[in-house]
Design a protein around this ligand. Sequence first.
Ligand code: FAD
Length: 526
Amino acid sequence: MKAEERVVIVGGGLAGLRAGERLRELGFNGELMILSAEKHKPYHRPALSKEVITGELTPRELGFKISDEMEATWRLGVPAESLDTGRRVVGLPGGEEVRYDGLIIATGVESRHMPGAPRQDERVHVLRTVDDAVAIRNSIASTQGLVVVIGGGLIGCEIAASVRGMGRDVAIINRSDTLLGGATGKEIGDFVTDTHRAKGTRLALGVKILHWMRQANGIAIHLSDGQVLFAAVVILAVGSVPSVSWLRGSGLVLEDGLMCETSCHVVGGSDVVACGDVARWPNLRFGGVQRRVEHWLNAVEMGRAAAENLLVGRESSRPYTPVPRFWTEQYGMRIQGAGLASLATDTTTLSQPTGDHRTITGFVKDGKLVAMVALDSPGALIRLSPQLFQQNTVTRPSREDTLTQHIQRRDQAAQPVAEQPVAPPPAPRAHPVMQPMRSAPPRYEQPRYEPAPETQQYPQYADPVAEYQPELEDQEQERELEAAMAEAFLPRRTQAPSVRTRSGGQPRLLVRSGGGGGRSSARPPR
Ligand code: FAD
């Protein structure tokens, strides 16, 4: 891309904003246009399930600071409807078309709907946007009975805790027996479950919804264990789906999100990158596993990485290889995670829980730590997280993998099909001309995605790291925990990086095989 051309960003959320800022930081002085389906400029979505529902924050207080120096044309309430990558135009309502030289796709996700749920009923809500949060708040304020949250994942649990904190009766309906299980591992999941119960939340766990019945004074929800919950307000928190419907027919590859290369360039597109919740890409730090990451910090980091790689072009791009991180807060508990827990086959308790239940669970695969989730141990997690970078080094794909990807890309680009069916990625095909490599493919390590040196000074925008690092409350306890974990866990310098036990291979750590929350079937953390 040349610096004086036009970049269009589709999606005015966090990833789109950070991508636009990064373009300007790097000296892009062409035209910048941001199209957003929402009528609001980007705002802090995590507060919706926490402070906005409780009324501690008003919607006006959520907006990100946007520097005038970004000099973007914002088109709010204007959803992109189509994309023609050949003509390089984005289609808008009313037949309008916007031409681009470079395109950044950051359309995020939308709430998943639940088959059978009476979505048209004004007492039934989802939570993705600030408008959703305001509607939920109004609904809660204008009723008195039970608030039922469907789904015991991160957002469902946060909503329940917020509503309970307002003194309302709350119930969570969840298909599995433990809240948060997949995202945090069983130990922390069990603790969170007990905490919700102790705070007075009704838990209907391990059940399915058989039937809904709308009545004038509430909605009756019939459960598979025979219970009937009578709800004044229902909030569906059953996951999300990528916002890609506008890309149908574009020829881009839509498989649980928008398929990207390691550099955030979109498969099948030219001068098109994607970032944030919508983007699915192979993270070379974790064996090239293709996945989406629905975390706030990923939107920030991937937005910046995508902008950089768009500017330098595909050939000079660097792979985007983060260690994903997330946090959640419920009833004052702070849970933070780093890595890809869903890859793990075992979990290991990195420290015995102390009286106040501080603990860190490690997620292990092939003797390597692939993720950690910490309960009320923010400092220790942050200090230990370099382990995840060290133990999960970025590995260049083998020649065969590269060639296979190239062929797949070429094939996919050649077939402008509508939407690909949601299916696991195809197994690599053997290519007839491939010869076995004589030696192992070269390995290289890139510290993590470090932005290129800045070309000019720009005002400081919100600092994601500060957002992620709550201040330490009890420094001494943090240090003790960290020391105990370092002794038990950190690899010795002379040994290959892997999970270590304290005494010569005799596991002091509690490693659970099977049944633990870290099994590969577990849902990934957001
Ligand atoms: P979004 O923020 O969703 O932005 C995408 C934007 O694109 C939206 O404005 C959308 O309207 C727009 N758009 C969609 N389609 C089109 C179209 N066709 N044309 C134009 N615009 C379009 N993460 C954490 O790590 N910790 C948390 O505690 C946490 N809490 C959360 C709580 C809630 C209630 C929610 C909803 C999310 C939470 N997250 C949390 C996740 C985090 O907020 C997201 O990962 C992040 O906002 C993703 O940013 P994004 O820019 O990719 O997508």
